[in-house]
Ligand binder design. Structure first.
Ligand code: ADP
Ligand code: 5GP
Length: 191
């Protein structure tokens, strides 16, 4: 039996700073059989980020070569950098029967849904735009110019999120993790 048929792909998105990474970390601690897809990006690594663990960090030229050679399941430009998911990587994970989660932005998520209609799209929303900005700034990982670029993406992301299957508000962290668990478990037990 092709194990691909029994595996659903879960795609999580949310504006920069909403807490996707934090919610997913909590989810993965409680559900260690799930794995997070490793994307390619042209952005510079943040302090502590490791190539091949957090991302595959590529030059713009290498990224463009991958686009030209049709290597990506999806890719998008976000706040001045390119991000993409390699087809080969996802197919390999699904063939190995892994429960895989993609944490990608909205344009890429909708490309995935087009190609894999069974993929489940979950949007992590902030309790308010003020809270979102405060979290993004409070993380202290981006300079002001980058923060502005990321905030400029929010409106378009919220619009595309209307096409998602689920929405989880990350207000209380524990509740958001539990809600994500409920959604994923529910989808996995659906016929
Ligand atoms: P993202 O991955 O969406 O860019 P992060 O997971 O890096 O966001 O979280 C951004 C900041 O918000 C971090 O400092 C994190 O600790 C904080 N954060 C995450 N979830 C919550 C929450 N529910 N309440 C308050 N702060 C949060
Ligand atoms: P960051 O630079 O904060 O790690 O990520 C910025 C945005 O890029 C986030 O919304 C994140 O979900 C998204 N992202 C990460 N990997 C991918 C990917 O492979 N494809 C797409 N389309 N977006 C991605």
């Amino acid at each position: 039996m092709n194990k691909n048929l029994s595996k659903k792909l879960f795609v999580i998105s949310g504006s920069s700073g909403v807490g996707k990474g934090t919610v997913l970390k909590g989810f993965l601690e409680r559900n260690p059989h799930f794995m997070l897809s490793i994307s390619c990006t042209t952005r510079h690594p943040r302090a502590g980020e490791v190539d091949g663990v957090n991302y595959f960090f590529l030059t713009k030229e290498d990224f463009k070569n991958c686009i030209e050679n049709n290597k990506f399941l999806e890719w998008a430009e976000f706040a001045g950098n390119y991000y993409g998911t390699k087809k080969k990587y996802i197919n390999q994970c699904l063939d190995e029967g892994k429960d895989i989660i993609l944490e990608i932005e909205t344009k890429g998520a909708l490309q995935v849904k087009k190609q894999m209609p069974d993929a489940v799209l979950i949007f992590i929303a902030p309790p308010s735009l003020e809270a979102l900005e405060a979290r993004l700034r409070g993380r202290h990982t981006e300079d002001e110019e980058t923060i502005q670029k990321r905030l400029n993406e929010v409106k378009a992301e919220l619009k595309l999120a209307e096409q998602y299957d689920y929405r989880v508000v990350n207000d209380n962290l524990d509740e958001a993790i539990s809600e994500l668990e409920r959604i994923i478990t529910g989808e996995q037990t659906k016929c």
